[in-house]
Design a protein around this ligand. Structure first.
Ligand SMILES: [Zn+2]
Length: 417
């Protein structure tokens, strides 16, 4: 088994050595590797495991032991045209990603420092991981990383959602200590291997889920919805919202824009097209009530809410969704909080957490390609940018919160135990 895994994690590099090699920057073990790379007219290197390197051969029978520390980054010669923090030069023009930093036979950290990579020949990325699998992964993460993360993103290394997985994303609640949002107080951190920091864990069955969504949606499940009983667990269903503070009325977890609402008579109502579960992945920001539950705006800042009693889908035409309900009632939000009797949010928006950190784990049964690692890294950089990004269609976390909160993923190596 170990041999199979080791073979899977082999990396092959072909170097053109007409470029001058600089002296190695680190200790003797690196120097051994460096000199091997520079002495011949092109040499292929296979890594057999953490401590061995094989030169110029196609199998792993003749590995030369080197004194590399398990947690030491793979480090190569500096050249003059590649960004040497993340790349080495391959051939005369191409920059190639450095191999990830190895932490164990299964776990490594991508050189770009925004994601970890988990490779296990037995991992089936075509099916949804079970609760037990998620706990195994998180426990494994904490074997090598400090307990510094609010959230864990588990991303199966797929280009599309496999047929056997019936969701875009799923949220595993780990801990809640916030009062006034309708959630119970609970702490399951020890089951996940966290010492008390972790709040929630998410699985996304394909890589693009980080960029396209539902990353914003699943993150929001850390806070919502347990406030309003909507007839659809965790989501807004046929609840309507006015946008006072936020740039959007429709919610990340469903609901309609109340400014488009119409009473059609005879217990029939309509609003501009919307989804009871979701409204388009990361293509919309959080609405007022969502920002309130996240602790990012105050009670008095939230726009009015329309509550539907026993809503049922009726029909859809000309961009409008028609539904029936026993009643649809407009509430001022502070009055609704009074009515629900959940009390003030504690901590308030003044004292709440505004900065979060996520660890992203790309998981699969084979080593991800350079392109796959770069793709996830690009998504993570964009989603966690502490500013507006250049793309207008999808919102990153900063944009979705109106700049009120940030999510960090960078410098992952600095959190290694
Ligand atoms: Zn959801």
């Amino acid at each position: 088994m170990k041999i199979i895994v080791n073979l899977l994690i082999v990396f092959i590099l072909i170097l053109n050595v007409t470029e001058a090699c600089d002296r190695p920057k680190q200790g003797n073990n690196i120097e051994i590797l460096q000199s091997a790379l520079c002495n011949d007219d092109g040499i292929s290197i296979r890594y057999c495991d953490n401590t061995q390197v094989e030169q110029g051969c196609s199998d792993c029978e003749n590995c030369t032991t080197i004194s590399r520390e398990e947690t030491q980054p793979w480090e190569y010669g500096v050249n003059d045209t590649c960004d040497t923090t993340h790349y080495i030069k391959q051939g005369s023009s191409r920059c190639t990603l450095k191999p990830p930093m190895r932490l164990s036979s299964k776990l490594s950290v991508a050189t770009q420092n925004t994601l970890a990579i988990y490779v296990d020949a037995n991992f089936d990325k075509s099916v949804a991981p079970t609760y037990e699998t998620m706990k195994t992964l998180s426990t494994y993460i904490y074997k090598y990383f400090n307990d510094s993360f609010d959230f864990l993103f588990i991303v199966s290394n797929n280009v599309e959602i496999p047929d056997a997985i019936h969701y875009y994303g799923i949220f595993y609640p780990v801990q809640n200590s916030i009062k006034g949002i309708g959630k119970a107080i609970y702490d399951y951190t020890e089951y996940y291997g966290s010492n008390g920091k972790l709040q929630g864990m998410m699985h996304f069955p394909y890589r693009a889920g980080i960029n396209n969504g539902p990353t914003l949606h699943e993150l929001l499940h850390n806070w919502a919805n347990s406030l309003i009983s909507t007839g659809m667990g965790g989501h807004w269903n046929y609840t309507g919202f006015f946008a006072e503070t936020s740039s959007g009325a429709k919610g990340q977890i469903g609901g309609f824009d109340a400014s488009t609402f119409q009473d059609e008579g005879d217990g029939k109502y309509s609003a501009a097209g919307f989804g009871p579960f979701a409204n388009g992945g990361n293509s919309l920001p959080y609405n007022d009530v969502e920002l309130y539950l996240m602790g990012l705006i105050g009670l008095d800042e939230v726009g009015d809410v329309m509550l539907s009693s026993n809503p049922e889908y009726h029909s859809y035409s000309n961009g409008r969704k028609y539904f029936t309900a026993d009643s649809v009632v407009r509430w001022q939000f502070p009055a609704l909080i009074d009515e629900l009797g959940v009390g003030d949010r504690e901590p308030s928006s003044q004292d709440s957490q505004k900065s979060f950190r996520v660890l992203t784990l790309l998981v699969g049964n084979t080593v991800p390609t350079e392109e796959e690692i770069e793709e996830v890294n690009r998504y993570m950089n964009k989603f966690t940018l502490n500013a507006e990004d250049s793309e207008s269609y999808f919102y990153n976390f900063y944009e979705a919160t109106g700049g009120r909160a940030t999510l960090k993923a960078n410098s992952l190596k600095s959190f290694i135990k």
